[in-house]
Design a protein around this ligand. Structure first.
Ligand code: DQA
Length: 147
C-alpha cells in the first residue's frame, strides 16, 4: 500500500525557521524519518511539500485510487482553508493530521484547524517524530480494514 505524506507552506524552511518552536530537523531530515518508518512498516510513501494551497488541493484529489491514506501537515492552511477540508472530505481516505509544534500551547488562532474535521486524529507537539506516529497509526488502521 502507498501512503501520501503531504506538507504545506513554510515547511521547506524547517531547521532554519524558529528552531525553538520547530526544532533543528530540516525537511530532508523529516523525509528520512518518513522513509525509515515506511521501510520498517513495508509500505510505500509519496512525500511532498508545497507552499501553494491549490497544489495541496490537487495532490489530495490525486490520492484517490492511488493512496490508501494521507498524512498531512497543512501548516498554516489548516487554520484557514475550507478548500483543503473539502478536498480531504472528497477523497474519503483515512487521514491523520500532524503538526510539529503543540498548536494548543501557542496562539489562539492556531488552536482550530478546518482540516482536522476530515481527520481520524491529530498528532501535535512531538516534533518530526509525530510523522512516524502518524504513519504507524494509519498503517495499523489499513491493516485492520484489510482483515
Ligand atoms: C505547524 C503549525 C502551524 O500553526 C504553523 O502555521 C506551521 C507549522 C506545525 O507543524 O507545527 O506552519 O503546522
Amino acid at each position: 500500500p502507498m501512503i501520501a505524506v503531504l506538507n504545506g507552506p513554510n515547511l521547506n524552511m524547517l531547521g532554519m525557521r524558529q528552531p525553538e518552536i520547530y526544532g533543528h530537523a530540516t525537511l530532508d531530515d523529516l523525509e528520512q524519518v518518513c522513509i525509515q518508518t515506511a521501510e520498517r512498516l513495508d509500505v510505500a510513501i509519496d512525500f511532498r511539500q508545497t507552499n501553494i494551497e491549490g497544489e495541496l488541493v490537487s495532490w489530495i484529489q490525486e490520492c484517490r485510487g492511488r493512496a490508501r491514506g494521507i498524512v498531512i501537515n497543512p501548516a498554516a492552511y489548516g487554520h484557514t482553508s475550507i478548500a483543503l477540508l473539502d478536498a480531504l472530505l472528497a477523497t474519503g481516505l483515512p487521514t491523520v493530521e500532524v503538526h510539529i509544534s503543540n498548536i494548543h500551547r501557542r496562539d489562539a488562532f492556531r488552536h482550530h484547524t478546518y482540516t482536522s474535521q476530515a481527520a481520524i486524529g491529530v498528532i501535535c507537539g512531538f516534533g518530526v517524530r509525530g510523522y512516524a506516529l502518524a504513519l504507524q497509526a494509519l498503517y495499523d488502521m489499513i491493516e485492520d480494514e484489510d482483515e
